[in-house]
Design a protein around this ligand. Structure first.
Ligand code: NAG
Length: 363
């Protein structure tokens, strides 16, 4: 009998410690916002009970308290990862100049020979940590009635509808601004130059036509060629970059980016706009693209993407209609308008998918 007392006491202490450790783990893992406060409140409460009950066991209790403190610290670290610093570091590690050079060296030929015009799609180029933050900063619900409050950019024409954009820095979340800063950096611009073979690219710091794009369910963007000149500086638009932000976006929701041939007879590519997918293509008077079918997602969902365009001073004449790049710039030229004029074209935009050689990479 006499010998059982210490072991029972040990058992109680161990049980109490296990309860505390489990509490620390639960509070630490599942309540990230105020977890450390809750954990310390719980521990102090239990500590006080212990001290009364097991006064003669002060040394053991002190040892357990120390272990608990260490656990608290460990889990506090997990919960309070200095997000911003860690995520930025992860971004810069993932897309460091050496890695980007490897990618462009390996795939510049693939890009150049892609049909119907130079392009490439790469999944998970950017770490999911920053992509997740960006979608959190701009939930689909901000696209109220097809228009993001506070932005003048709301499109509702037959060619481009239920679409809105955020195109000023101060309306973007922190991580979005960080990613855009990277997209405008020398490192990334050089990567695009190496990949596309186009020298002296300049990113547009003012987001003309770019930024964050949202298109509500039912919305669409007809097949078109992009506006070709920047209205402020007259530079020539050469490269388009998109990063898609659609988590939980099954194939049947649609909104695929379609790439059509110069003669508008064939759709060569349908690129699902799924989360983290990076698409880059060269923009000319003939790089016909869009997502012409209405998005089939449930109400309240929206197709989201990041867009940034790159320019040069001048361009090769074979990128312009009639080999003439000397005229005034033009705005987005929608294929449906061309279709109305040129009745010789027999296939409506977005209706026929023909073969092509898909250019697809998963890295
Ligand atoms: C790809 O890059 C390499 C190295 O810069 C270059 O020698 C080659 O000509 C490029 N290929 C194409 C198709 O641009």
């Amino acid at each position: 009998m006499h010998t059982k007392i210490p072991s029972r006491t040990t058992f109680f202490i161990s049980a109490a410690a296990a309860v505390i450790i489990i509490e620390v783990l639960i509070l630490g893992i599942f309540s990230p916002s105020s977890s450390s406060e809750q954990a310390s409140a719980a521990i102090e409460l239990v500590d006080a009970r212990w001290l009364v009950r097991y006064q003669d066991r002060a040394a053991e209790i002190a040892k357990l308290q120390k272990e608990i403190r260490e656990l608290k610290e460990k889990y506090a670290k997990c919960n309070n990862v200095n997000d911003e610093e860690a995520i930025v570091k992860e971004l810069f590690d993932a897309v460091n100049p050496a890695k980007l050079l490897q990618l462009s060296t390996k795939f510049n030929g693939t890009y150049a020979s892609a049909q119907p015009f130079p392009h490439i799609a790469i999944d998970d180029l950017f770490p999911s940590s920053i992509i997740e933050k960006i979608i959190g900063e701009h939930p689909e619900s901000i696209l109220k009635d097809g228009c993001i409050p506070g932005t003048e950019r709301c499109y509702d024409s037959p060619e481009e509808n239920k679409k809105s954009s955020i195109n000023t820095d101060e309306r973007m979340g922190t991580y979005t601004r960080i990613l855009f800063s990277f997209l405008k950096s020398s490192t990334f611009t050089k990567f695009l130059e190496d990949l596309s073979g186009i020298s002296n690219l300049l990113p547009d710091p003012h987001f003309h036509g770019s930024g964050l794009h949202f298109t509500a369910s039912g919305g669409s963007l007809d097949i078109h060629a992009d506006f070709n000149r920047h209205p402020d500086n007259n530079l020539d638009r050469r490269v388009n970059v998109f990063i898609y932000l659609n988590d939980d976006w099954p194939e049947e929701y649609g909104g695929h980016l379609e790439l059509w041939s110069k003669d508008m007879q064939s759709c060569y590519q349908r690129i699902q706009p799924k989360l983290g997918r990076f698409v880059v293509f060269s923009s000319t008077d003939f790089s016909y693209h869009g997502h012409p079918e209405p998005i089939q997602a449930p109400d309240g969902r929206a197709r989201r993407s990041i867009a940034l365009y790159y320019y040069t001073n001048g361009r090769p004449s074979d990128e312009c209609l009639d080999n003439d790049c000397s005229g005034q710039g033009h705005s987005d030229t929608f294929f449906k308008s061309l279709w109305d004029v040129k009745s010789v074209l027999m296939i409506p935009a977005g209706k026929t998918i023909q073969s092509g050689s898909p250019v697809w990479l998963a890295i």
